[in-house]
Design a protein around this ligand. Structure first.
Ligand SMILES: NC(=O)c1ccc[n+]([C@@H]2O[C@H](COP(=O)([O-])OP(=O)(O)OC[C@H]3O[C@@H](n4cnc5c(N)ncnc54)[C@H](O)[C@@H]3O)[C@@H](O)[C@H]2O)c1
Length: 258
């Protein structure tokens, strides 16, 4: 039987985007506790600095890099800063994501549509342009993990363009995986179900306990995802224990996708 190592990411260098809150914060903290050096990206400076402090105060290793993942210059700066600070790069987690509020597809304006696709889809392209050449130059492969959503596989009404952006991210994950396999660069995605994070109210049709109960009633295991659930799955997917897994779309959803 496979024996899991406690420090599964010892001395690996990881970037986690949108790590100032929710799932990203959980992933960053779990990676750091497993021995990784973590670049904490967020567009929100205070949030990035707070999570970095939390990690460093526990004796683990993190550095904040503030930036917008949909901006080519910010993405290039983030990757360069990580490599400059920690000397190399092994893991890229494209986690930052946004949604339009739950509404008819016809009521989402063009600027909002474009912003959702810029943050949820274009950022993955921009990160590829920066991290893949670095992985190839280092000559030891690398790992990309995209945080998609069960909404990209099993859409809900009211979230059409958000669902579509996650569907695009899932297709990107699989296409990238097949193109990068010969270079030992693995590309996978997680599909969380609705999670207990600050983003959640935007997914709900209205802000009532009835709307929340209706959402939870569609999840066979009867609860929301936690940052810990997503962090555990992320840790496995980027670790060497998953070294033969690529192009995989892992549902972390209490059965919602069935
Ligand atoms: N919470 C859910 O119900 C749920 C379910 C499935 C998938 N997801 C996905 O999980 C990921 C994380 O979501 P969350 O629930 O933790 O959200 P969250 O809002 O709690 O955290 C997202 C973080 O990303 C940051 N961010 C937003 N835009 C950014 C940008 N352009 N550049 C850099 N940082 C940016 C925010 O400041 C925030 O700190 C997203 O991709 C989301 O689509 C969430």
């Amino acid at each position: 039987m496979l024996k899991l190592r406690a420090m599964r990411l010892k001395d690996k260098v990881a970037i986690v985007t949108g790590a100032g809150s929710g799932f990203g914060s959980g992933i960053a903290q779990r990676f750091a506790a497993a021995g990784a050096h973590v670049i904490i990206n967020d567009i929100d400076r205070a949030a990035a600095e707070q999570v970095t402090l939390l990690i460093n105060n526990k004796g683990h290793s993190a550095v904040p890099v503030v930036g917008d993942v949909s901006c080519a210059k910010d993405m290039a700066r983030m990757v360069a800063r990580g490599i400059e600070h920690f000397g190399s790069l092994d893991i890229m987690v494209n986690n930052a994501g946004i949604t339009h509020t739950n509404r008819s597809m016809l009521d989402v304006d063009e600027a909002t549509f474009e912003r959702v696709f810029a943050v949820n889809v274009k950022a993955c392209y921009l990160s590829a342009l920066n991290v893949i050449p670095q992985f190839i130059n280092q000559g030891r492969g690398g790992v990309i993990l995209n945080i998609a959503s069960i909404a990209g596989l099993r859409p809900r009404p009211g979230l059409t363009w958000y669902c579509a952006s996650k569907g695009a991210l899932i297709a990107m994950t699989r296409a990238m995986a097949v193109e990068l396999a010969e270079k030992s660069i693995r590309v996978n995605a997680l599909c969380p179900v609705a999670g207990d994070t600050p983003l959640l109210p935007r997914f709900l049709a209205d802000n009532t306990s009835e709307a929340m109960a209706a959402m939870i009633s569609t999840i066979p295991m009867g609860r929301l995802a936690t940052p810990g659930d997503i962090a555990d799955a992320a840790l496995f997917m980027v670790s060497d224990e998953a070294s033969f897994i690529t192009g995989s779309i892992l549902e972390v959803d209490g059965g919602r996708g069935i």
